[in-house]
Design a binder for this molecule. Sequence first.
Ligand code: DAH
Length: 344
Amino acid sequence: MKFSYKEITKIYEEFNKDIDSISSDDLKKKYLSKKGNLKDLLKKIGEQEKEDRAKFGKEVNILKNFIEEKVEILSSSLKPKFSKEQIDVTAPFEKNTPEDKKPKLLNKLGSTHPLTQELEKILEIFQKMGFQIEESRQIDDDYNMFQSLNFPIGHPARDNWDTFWTEENLVLPAHTSTMQNRILRKYEIPIRVVIPGRCFRNEATDASHEHTFYQIEGVYVDENISMSHMFGTIKAYLEAFFETELDIKSQPSYFPFTEPDAEFVISCPFCKKEGCSICKYTGWIEIMGCGMIHPHVLTEGGIDPKKYSGFAWGFGLDRLVMIKNGIDDIRKLHSGELEFLDQF
Ligand code: DAH
């Protein structure tokens, strides 16, 4: 018998027409039963010339698999489910979720995340104090993250910031100070800006460390600015945030971008220095790093340090929110756990 694709093609075309008009049972009968069309074709494999047999057999089998697969899909139990259960892809997620699969809290309206809630309050306080707001960025370069902040290449303090680097030598900012140079260049003196932003550190996580967290930087520059302005400003902000009067003190610290540098410490707003679990029974809480902006940093930002001075600070939003709300594990803030979030 002379080899030809014709018969194979004919059955393929016929099947494609039938598929829209015949039920899956009838398709099975017509194509796949003992007396079906395919059986005839299969028989014809043996009738081919020897050298064409394999090729013809292969083609017939491809068609057979194709028809079997289609009939299987049409008659399988999946089919009625797909066509009966209407899914409105534009509807909110919960509309398409069966009742028994809905998480318990999904029936309630959502709320803003505790970090967002506190961030909004903090920014409002600073706005009332005359600060402008500028958002930090989530990818930056060596110049802004280090060099402009008085960490020349090879400076040992670079290691304190556990930075993530990309293959292109960009950096995921490990602190919001990465924005200082831009702020100094962009704003007219007097400069009063707060800079909230996401930060990243390449370190192991535990109850008080996360690789991703938020900081709020502050930058203040004018004529005749001294450390007393810094202590007064930060104290006023923290008293507004904790809604109580605070005692303050400072401890020495070290940052390449400030001189002098300080750790800002407040009396525990909860126990009033009596000692409690939040202040670890010391009565005091170290709340942020701060200091007078280093003259090199001012110069690099285009500001004459002989004429102007200023202060800056940076604190962790997550930590502040934890202290204020008695949250014992920083990882909860980024977990997306509804049971946790529902408390706020
Ligand atoms: N960037 C510092 C940190 O992440 C905090 C800090 C300290 C920011 C002193 C400042 C500053 O602006 O002046 O630990």
